[in-house]
Design a protein. Structure first.
Length: 148
């Protein structure tokens, strides 16, 4: 390996934007979009270390992974809030979507059965994850309701 293997540049775009529209005195609509970029940490990228292993008499060897890329998180949210003055309460609902690409985790444990035995760990990229969800709640003096 050379220094070129560890020369990384982060050229991804990150943003965060939101909009609130007051339809009337009792109703608000919200819309938001966000994108975050995380470069791998020094430990995930290039660290090397040795420590006690998970079993008595073993060692643990950690090495970085210079092939990791940036992790991208995106989120989109649309929501409504409605005041219900006749019931002295309010109602809120949000629909949101979140995605995470290139999730990095240190989970690659490869035992090596030499004398003394040791375990090797290196960060890996996990598959893309995404989730849709709906969240609502009502509260006030006459109504209490929550849901996810």
């Amino acid at each position: 390996m050379t220094n070129d293997d560890f020369d990384k540049a982060l050229t991804k775009i990150s943003y965060n934007a939101g909009l609130v529209w007051r339809a009337d005195a009792d109703t608000s609509l919200r819309l938001s979009a966000a994108r975050g970029v995380k470069m791998m940490s020094l430990i995930e990228f290039a660290a090397v270390g040795v420590g006690p292993g998970p079993l008595p008499g073993t060692s643990f060897f950690v090495t970085g992974n210079p092939d990791l890329g940036a992790s991208i998180t995106e989120g989109y949210d649309i929501g409504v809030e409605r005041q219900l003055p006749m019931l002295l309460s309010s109602f809120k609902a949000n629909l949101f979507y979140t995605s995470l690409s290139k999730n990095v985790a240190v989970a690659n444990f490869a035992p090596s059965f030499v004398n003394p035995p040791f375990f090797v760990s290196q960060p890996l990229m996990w598959a893309h994850q995404s989730r849709w969800a709906l969240n609502w709640n009502s509260k006030g003096k006459k109504i209490i309701c929550n849901g996810v």
